[in-house]
Ligand binder design. Sequence first.
Ligand code: AMP
Ligand code: MG
Length: 469
Amino acid sequence: MIAFDNSYARLPERFYARVPPTPVAAPALFALNEPLARAMGLDPAALDAATLAGNRLPAGAEPIAQAYAGHQFAGWVPQLGDGRAILLGEVVGPDGRRLDIQLKGAGPTPFSRMGDGRAWLGPVIREYLVSEAMTALGVPTTRALAIVTTGETVWREGPLPGAILTRVADSHIRVGTFQFFAARGDTEALRILTDVVIARHYPGVEGALGLLRAAVAAQARLVAQWMGLGFIHGVMNTDNAHVGGITIDYGPCAFMDAYHPETVFSSIDRHGRYAYARQPQIAVWNMAQFASCLLPLIDADRDRAVAAATAAVHAFAPAYEAAWSGLFRAKLGLATAQEGDAALAEGLLALMAAQGADFTRTFRGLATGTAAAEFADPAPFRAWEARWHARLAAEQRDLAAAQAAMRAVNPAVIPRNHRVEEAIAAALAGDRAPFDRLHAALARPFEPAGDLEAAPRPDQVVGVTFCGT
Ligand code: AMP
Ligand code: MG
């Protein structure tokens, strides 16, 4: 029994298409996130494979595919929408939090275009592991409630086992959802959507301008957190930009091993539009698209609306810089703010880039005294370290206390690409042990994790990721 309360399905019909999941041949549970189920007030026993595969529609579910549009690699697509995801409904947990329950890979919808509406086990495992790791790392994100295998074959480069991810989120409303209505001149829908997003993500905020300001601030914090972890989203299209400032749509995403600001993993990102270091700029671009959707709601006078929206988008840079500086200060164990702290952090990053030092291990190593080992030539690092120690001496706490604080912000274990691939390959071969082991370690990312802390050997490096389709 799931106590649904489906607010989105009560919006006007043009916000979605009503469509049930397409049943699959042989649903089997691969993973169930019981702590999340309980936090949502769901009885894990109600989350059986048939329900999570869409074969059995639970009472109160009102399955819909949400309409949205978007810019993909800056090219405008007037209609995208949930082509392989179906929102079963919403639940309000014991903490009062309203959450969407969505089946990703649940079959075709009116938005599927040429797609089959399905997903295969690889990207489903990747999203489950990475989104749950992000949660443990304190990064706002969609969650993963379950994985079921479908017993069906999905055809990509070849035959692959089908799977469905149950995704949970405070909403699935994207910049592209606003763009869908803005492109149609549907100001009434934009007004409704604005109220929905304020209620679900920014309670207390007033009006479209207030929403824009809040969304820009949340986006700036989010991207700073990605940068602090070496995370590359991979497809920051406006349909994958969540207006609530949470990470959504884990496709060809990855965490960097060797640090370089121009790193790109996605096989489809040929020009590096979504490279690591470009993520803040792209977030601004996405927020500018959001702002342009809201213009008619901000002010009836177009010039005044543009001026206010522009100022709101320009607030990204200082918000991002403040968040970035705060995060990297913490990563360096600095409890107080001083002039030159950002330059100190940038100095380290430049050394790391020059030598391809491992991002996660270098920062963790600062906290454990082993960072020098990440550099083939440690001399420049030693010089930087002397500056850092001099800066630490200006703190009220000693090095040991600073290092303890650093171990709570610089993770020991992240979902490294080769480990994710290893878990997927093993699962395909019927061995779930690597998945379970990695999943367990990622739930406690700040604790020592033995060999899971290791960087890939050269023969293990996975430098390309493929879209989750
Ligand atoms: P994504 O690249 O995952 O952000 O998806 C972009 C668009 O393509 C969205 O509208 C998706 O719903 C749609 N899409 C992706 N994969 C499939 C698929 N296998 N079947 C149908 N639609 C899909
Ligand atoms: Mg998407």
